[in-house]
Design a protein around this ligand. Sequence first.
Ligand code: G4P
Length: 528
Amino acid sequence: MSDVSLQALRRRTFAIVSHPDAGKTTLTEKLLLFGGAIQMAGSVKGRKAARHATSDWMALEKERGISVTSSVMQFPYEGRIVNLLDTPGHADFGEDTYRVLTAVDSALMVIDVAKGVEERTIKLMEVCRLRDTPIMTFINKLDREGKSPIDLLDEVESVLKIQCAPITWPIGMGQRLKGVVHLLTGEVHLYEQGRNFTRQDSTIFPSVDDPALAERIGAAMLQELRDELELVEGASNPFDKDAYLRGEQTPVFFGSAVNNFGVQLLLDFFVEHAPSPKPRATTSREVQPTENKLSGFVFKIQANMDPQHRDRVAFMRVCSGEFKAGMKAFHPRTGKEVKLANALTFMASDREIAESAYPGDVIGIHNHGTISIGDSFTEGEVLGFTGIPNFAPELFRRARLRDPLKLKQLQKGLAQLSEEGATQFFKPLMSNDLILGAVGVLQFDVVAYRLKDEYGVEASFEQVSVATARWVYCDNAKKLEEFRDKNAQNLAVDAAGQLVYLAPTRVNLQLAQERAPEVQFRATREHA
Ligand code: G4P
């Protein structure tokens, strides 16, 4: 087997998805502990503050090093290389989350034992389903009282429409939490209230029949457990790896992230069963991770440490081949060869210069705005990876400039900031307005702040009568031109030059669609 194949097989690239407060940050920290990256704990925690308030976000983003570093965390575990891709916590950054999910091979869903399936869990699950992403589930906060485990499995199955296969099963909960049983090995892992930030080795009994276990948890509790296990065995699905890999079944674990309980059982199972990098679709062919030539796509762009230099880091997921430090790669969108000097890798302990990277890994490429989300890099082949969508924004504002002489800077700033993907920038065909679209209202504040901070432009954002946007496509050039002439009032171009219909109301959109059946109105645009 080639080196690339071997390295690809070792990779596990995933993201954690959850409703805020379910314990994603805490679980991330504990996973990193097992990977030997204790010092990361603080920075992960720091990042959480980002979602609380705009001002916090801004202060934090000033230390952009932190957020760049913790965007991707790589650690070795049991002979595997785990890549954990962070998804932004704030609901306003949903679109970023979606794109991160296009760069992973599997996901881990965290659910709060007391709250069960929450609104954002449902949304994220919908996104995972778009690509049939395999999902493992961790039911967290078992040290607190919550819903009964059986009810929780029912809830996941009925609300999220995915079969559950419990792998561990809790013994009690809240004050009465005694441990978990591993349903596949039969082992019982006792719960001993853990210490933060330290690795916890729990006491293990080989089976529920071990006499010492009865002594530890008491005969009554043991009987209760036996009854429950019988019930679970009869009522739940056995683990079926293929069904998991198809995204139809989720293995379920119980534990308490903050007490580091049940986490290692999850991680052990994860590295063994979670998929290594999968083949990726492009507009021309499927790319296999085992291919020897480098290919990858950019799923995220982030401004870097020094805003004054407008330096940015493009995050590229490697899909095939080997990346070597300093190598030249072909950038199909511009048709240019680019030297990938000083690319970053993201070891959990620190951010460092990449020597090499393999399928499943993410590298950070410094650039000054020449790289966009959705771009690919290859060793010469023209490849366009599909499935990295731009979503139609739901909120629109017109940019208003304090100093009209700064129009050029404003345009440049808006265009560059929208390359990062959180906002989108539209220029109407019939006016000089500059319209910004976003999926969350916080983004307008962030853009205003950054325009001032990084581009020296004072701008504000005011209401504009746009309700929704659709990218417009038509195979027939003549029909498209007719449509363009008739609807110029409502048309704009986005930062990539693509035609967009800006509808003042939903009814207007519906009418426009009915009147031009030959034109497609799409709610997402694939990055070119
Ligand atoms: P998030 O990233 O999904 O938003 O959640 P995060 O890990 O920040 O956890 C949210 C809160 O839940 C935190 O409390 C965290 O300490 C707590 N938590 C996480 N895992 C467990 C667990 O297993 N049991 C219990 N009882 N609590 C847990 P906080 O008060 O918001 O923050 P902090 O002051 O504790 O840091």
